[in-house]
Design a protein around this ligand. Structure first.
Ligand code: EPU
Length: 423
């Protein structure tokens, strides 16, 4: 195990390249199972979650190669239809092999992911969608057994649950439907850019998907899909995290390169409302600096295009040192506030109740040993550490390595002082 020591009082400057999107890469890698032909996926971030997904593909029988961001998957011989517990338990997103396996092998045995620190995270909507396409679903011994021996049939499927729609659930049904007989209509589909990227990937393989990025997606089933060469979209959450890093710790300003600012509208609007100066540079660049007169704000997380839950923790870090009152409500994962308890250990003034954090900005945070609880919480603690008075020790950093490609090296490149040490 490793820990990070983040030196406080950072003054960031220079430019950072944003990596390809983790959350787009994961379902896209799973989608390679839908063909027998070679698939090349570019800009896959080198993070442990994408490594777990590649292990799952290999375990199922695919040949996988990875060289500096480019992953080649040769899925000609998919012998198994089973994703085992020892891999699935490491990463919840493994459930997105259900749809492709069911379409390709007409069966899927996937270990059910347990809860995780950000909430219960059920898969009932995924199963409801796949069942609607004709799969039988049985849960036994912690595994879900899906079968469609005669193939899947297109139908109208509603993906809405009590917390709104589901991103990976939409992905799973879309991936199952591409090879089904007839037309599937997904109502209440997730509109996230990562869903659009998956649909683009599938369409390049020969699928017939329209409406991705809206709440109604139509999929006309085809007989087979072919190989593809695809570059994943930039990681909007990594970009958002660096925007907050600039807002909290830029000397003057920092530049983010290789971003898609259109995917960041809600985040840019929220930061701008706090007084943070952000400018677009051409099509793929952004600059961000510290606010001259920073003010707190109210934020509510909701499905895209609204403010993303995956940026909630980082905003809490910013608000912890922003004068005045801020209120952050997470409607998607109301229990995702573990970072607040850790930031309180650093002197933040935060009260969390019923899915809402009420934050009174303090002048400065003081360093303390803290514990990363999940991916975005760890990023928030790193951000808080940059603004603390001394050296912050962040334990359990394997959480951050699940989804941020070399975050410490990128911040060091911007002038931060961070050490990675054995814990
Ligand atoms: N939900 C259900 N039933 C389901 C599925 C979801 O009730 O069958 C609920 C969830 O409990 C949650 C809400 O629906 O309250 C939305 O969850 P969703 O299914 O959209 O989440 P996900 O697809 O499992 C992806 C991202 C998450 C991100 C969420 C929300 C990936 C690999 N993961 O998860 O990313 O928080 O969408 O935008 O794409 C992260 O990167 O840190 C991360 C957690």
């Amino acid at each position: 195990m490793e820990k990070l020591i983040v030196h406080g009082g950072a003054r960031l400057e220079g430019a950072v390249n944003i990596s390809g999107s983790k959350n787009a890469s994961l379902p896209i890698l799973a989608a390679t199972l839908l063909t027998r032909e070679k698939c090349i996926v570019r800009r896959v971030p080198d993070v442990s979650d994408t490594n777990y997904m590649l292990q799952i593909l290999q375990n199922l029988g695919a040949a996988v190669e990875r060289a500096s961001g480019t992953v080649t998957v040769e899925p000609a011989d998919i012998k198994s239809a089973e994703a085992p517990y020892d891999l699935v338990r490491k990463m919840r997103a493994s459930v997105c092999v259900m749809g492709p396996l069911l379409a390709r092998k007409r069966e899927a045995i996937v270990s059910l992911p347990g809860g995780c620190v950000i909430g219960d995270r059920p898969v009932d909507l995924h199963l409801r969608g796949l069942e609607a396409l004709g799969a039988t679903v049985e849960t036994k011994g912690g595994n879900v057994y899906l079968a469609a021996p005669k193939g899947l049939r297109g139908r109208e499927v509603d993906m809405r649950g009590k917390h709104g729609t589901t991103v990976l659930g939409t992905d799973n049904v879309m991936m199952a439907a591409v090879l089904a007989k007839g037309t599937t209509v997904i109502e209440g589909a997730a509109c996230e850019p990562e869903v659009i990227d998956l649909a683009n990937f599938l369409n390049k393989m020969g699928a017939k998907i329209s409406g991705a990025g809206t709440s109604r997606v139509e999929i006309e089933g085809v007989k087979e899909l072919g190989g593809v060469d695809h570059t994943v979209i930039p990681d909007r959450i990594e970009a958002g995290t660096f925007l907050v890093a600039g807002a909290m710790a830029a000397r003057d300003k920092i530049t983010l390169r290789r971003v898609d600012a259109d995917h960041l509208t809600a985040v840019i609007d929220a930061l701008t409302a706090c007084g943070v100066p952000i400018e677009r540079i051409g099509k793929t660049g952004l600059t961000v600096g510290r606010a001259t007169n920073p003010i707190g704000a109210n934020i509510v997380t909701e499905p895209y295009p609204h403010f993303p839950t995956d940026m909630q923790a980082q905003m809490c870090a910013l608000f912890a040192v922003t004068p005045g009152l801020s209120v952050v409500r997470d409607t998607i994962f109301p229990r995702r506030f573990m970072h607040c308890a850790e930031m309180k250990r650093m002197g933040a003034d935060i009260e969390v109740d019923d899915g809402t954090a009420v934050i009174h900005g303090v002048e400065s945070l003081s360093a303390a040993p803290v514990m990363a609880s999940d991916l975005r919480a760890s990023a928030a603690l790193v951000l808080a550490g940059l603004r603390a008075t001394d050296n912050t020790e962040i334990n359990r950093v394997y959480h951050i390595d699940r989804g941020y490609e070399h975050i410490d090296d990128k911040l060091i490149g911007l002038g931060a002082e961070i050490e990675r040490l054995p814990a």
